[in-house]
Design a binder for this molecule. Sequence first.
Ligand code: NAP
Length: 294
Amino acid sequence: MTQGRSVNRGPGRILGVLGHPVAHSASPAMHNAAFAAQGMHALYGVFDVAPEQLPQAVAGIRALGLCGVNVTIPHKEAVMAYLDEVAPTARQVGAVNTIVNRGGRLIGYNTDGWGFLISLEERGVRVAGRKVVLLGAGGAARAIALHLAMAGVAGLTIINRSRARAEFLVADLARANQPVAAAVAEPGSEEAAAALAEARLVVNCTPLGMAPDVEQTPLDDLSMLPADAVVYDTIYRPLETRLLRTARQRGLLTINGLAMLVHQGACSWEYWFGRRGPVDVMRAAALAALEEAP
Ligand code: NAP
């Protein structure tokens, strides 16, 4: 017999992250801590979905009535084909990291670039008018480049191992609503050195330096950077990469990928719940999760 209040009503709204592998994601800790802090009847889980199971997993969001999900590697691009709608910015980025279930209609968004910009604002860094160097041209670089263009940076140079991928990004930026002066430079070239000498923001969007290969770095020498340059690494395992350590030792302002992780998650809340997630709670929980499983 059911007895009103004493009945366990289950977890209420269910959310989660779709990825593969995804067991070490800090997102469940981050979101569940935020739900608890706000007294919300919601649960955020981990869904390890092999690529061939992605269509069924997306159908499952509808069938099971999940409130929404985050999407991570390797599904961010492929998932777009199975959604009812993809927001224009996510379409331009070419990747979705947040899905909202609106009465069975699945809508895809991308909060990576938005979270990145907020993480700079939080540290008092205004990007408008700055010349920027991006290291890498993959999914994270695409989201960041588009949002930097929207924020009015003075110019973008993309330094990437594969030139074709960087050129593809530059061509997409030229077609964006707010085009920006963008160029490609080969790693180690004179063009790259010239761009770095003028860069007031350098962002690593490659996995170079990520655990366990912590001695790797996308840039050995930072001596040519201006004294007011900001060095941002999207990596959060470890929290201080070799790139950031070198930058700190040179006296430059450094920002790690934890800030982007937390803010992209807080921005997902805007789509799921109509308000930003509680950033301080989320940061503390994500940090604790990373310290537990570095
Ligand atoms: P991705 O789409 O696979 O792109 C990887 C990029 O790194 C490509 O430009 C690739 O160059 C380059 N790269 C990979 N291995 C390299 C190597 N050995 N030497 C030189 N370049 C190499 O990956 P992604 O999704 O953009 O992720 C990139 C990084 O961003 C990861 O470290 C990830 O942790 C981080 N990230 C952080 C957040 C956050 O919230 N903090 C969110 C998203 C991503 P090619 O084009 O030549 O292959």
